[in-house]
Design a protein around this ligand. Structure first.
Ligand SMILES: [Zn+2]
Ligand SMILES: [Zn+2]
Length: 59
């Protein structure tokens, strides 16, 4: 997968990835390949916070 443009997080390195969660272009340094999301989302997607959201929006 090739992405054109600069990393939107550091804006100094060419982007290698596109976050499927937020659409941010990220370089290798700012993309968590193990999770497949950018570091911004990795920080926000805290497991405890995520499960809390699921509980709130549950039927
Ligand atoms: Zn970067
Ligand atoms: Zn993201």
């Amino acid at each position: 997968m090739s992405v054109s443009g600069l990393c939107q997080i550091c804006e100094s390195q060419p982007a290698q990835h596109r976050c499927p969660n937020c659409g941010t272009l990220a370089c290798d340094d700012h993309f968590e390949e193990s999770r497949g999301i950018c570091v911004d989302c990795a920080t926000q997607a805290d497991p405890s916070r995520q499960s809390e959201d699921v509980d709130i929006h549950r039927f």
